[in-house]
Design a protein around this ligand. Structure first.
Ligand code: ASP
Length: 408
């Protein structure tokens, strides 16, 4: 798409998002009538995820040329993602200790919702989720991590079998290009889709007045999470500027993906658009095809920050003092719980059980956060997608630099 068309589309998407908030706010439940349009858009995005990441990861690994380079690219990616997630948790912990949002909050009557109680996740589940014996079942559930792992190995194997491997890689290369084209077509409908998604969700929450009442009840908690997310957003921007030479223009380049993340509350559903934006922004193609899909499934800075704040908030509300040791445990477990969270709406709420259990806090505390979680979910998803985008820019740049040094 030409640059001018991109700009027009971006403004249209932003207008759709603002109109969605305004209509949802003013007309409340009546806006649920447009929710189906949002569903259609979401389904169109989900429809392309599988073929896109299969083609992207396989052809991306294939384009490395030498399978040994995978170690370098993979190592840099995991290191970058782990470091930025840890920084996010740290920002959350510092802020929550300063603001103390849970102080004096009423805990009486808060309950753990049944659907969350039935689905307790553990660390072994995270490891288990890497390999799925049934790829078709994983694909049907849009369980992306085992699929990515398989494609990674498959792509690596293709680079070792000579000419015939190259032919197969070419096929996936073509498939990738075709899927990117499809994403562009779907993106044209994004202004309406995002309008409907946001208006429908605000409508479901009962409109502006009901939403404000919910926020007010746990206002300091909401303010702490949002404050932390804003700080982390700028930390990432600084990292992108320093390591990849990309500043605010990169925020603009990725804006369509960021607004979509806010509209859908899902990093995975946003992934096709994130890849398209990064591709258009000229990010190293290997990073677009490998770092972004991996990021959408394991890198969740916003979720990690939110989990740390939420768990500390629960501790404060129940009057339980957590010292250095307790908070160190939160630091470690929140990082891991965010890695384990799927890129779907409100997955972080479920993996938070890991953190709460680690520091022996009452699981019912989750009930305190429930009403506002859908909104914070959208904000943290936006930061998650921003973290992935910065990761791709930085890893792409560093890989390119390393190659130049090697060939010099
Ligand atoms: N909705 C988030 C995402 O898709 C995950 C979460 O924090 O619940 O990135």
């Amino acid at each position: 798409m030409a640059d001018k068309q991109h700009q027009t589309l971006l403004w249209a998407i932003l207008a759709g998002a603002v109109a969605g908030i305004a209509c949802g706010w003013l007309f409340g439940e009546r806006m649920q009538a447009v929710a189906w349009l949002g569903e259609l858009f979401l389904n169109a995005l989900k429809m392309v995820i599988l073929p896109l990441i299969i083609a992207a990861v396989i052809s991306g690994i294939g384009s490395l040329g030498d399978v040994r380079k995978l170690g370098q690219l993979g190592g840099l990616t995991v290191l970058f993602y782990a470091l930025t997630t840890a920084v996010a948790v740290l920002i959350g912990l510092i802020l929550v200790n300063i603001v103390r949002p849970g102080h004096g909050v009423e805990t009486l009557g808060s309950r753990l919702p049944e659907d969350i109680a039935q689905d307790p996740a553990g660390f072994s589940d995270i490891i288990h989720s890497l390999i799925n014996p049934n790829l078709v079942a994983a694909a049907a559930d849009l369980d992306l991590l085992p699929i990515i792992l398989f494609c990674l190995l498959f792509g690596a194997a293709l680079t070792t079998v000579g000419e015939r491997g190259k032919t197969v890689l070419q096929f996936f290369d073509g498939l990738n290009d075709a899927m990117m084209k499809l994403v562009m077509w779907i993106m044209v409908t994004a202004p309406i889709g995002i309008f409907a998604l946001i208006a429908g969700k605000f409508g479901e929450a009962g409109g502006g007045a009901a939403f404000l009442a919910e926020i007010r009840a746990v206002g300091w908690y909401v303010a702490t999470v949002i404050g932390g997310l804003i700080v982390h957003f700028f930390v990432l921007l600084t990292v992108a500027g320093t390591l990849a030479g990309r500043g605010f223009d990169y925020v603009r380049a990725m804006a369509r993906a960021l607004v979509t993340a806010f509209g859908t509350g899902s990093s995975s559903a946003t992934l096709p658009i994130t890849m398209e934006c990064a591709h258009e922004a000229g990010v190293d193609e290997r990073a677009v095809r490998f770092v972004l899909p991996l990021g959408a499934t394991i890198n969740m800075d916003g979720t990690a920050l939110y989990e740390a704040v939420a768990v500390m908030f629960i501790a404060q509300a129940y009057g339980i003092e957590l010292g250095f040791a307790g908070q160190t445990l939160i630091f470690i477990t929140a990082t891991l719980a965010a890695i384990g969270a799927a890129g779907i709406p409100q997955a972080g709420l479920v993996t938070m059980i890991i953190v709460l259990t680690a520091v022996n806090l009452p699981l019912e505390g989750i009930g305190l956060l429930l009403t506002v979680d859908w909104f914070l979910d959208r904000l943290r998803t936006t930061v998650n997608v921003w973290g992935d985008s910065v990761g791709a820019a930085v890893v792409g740049q560093l890989t390119g630099n390393l190659e130049q040094v090697e060939t010099a």
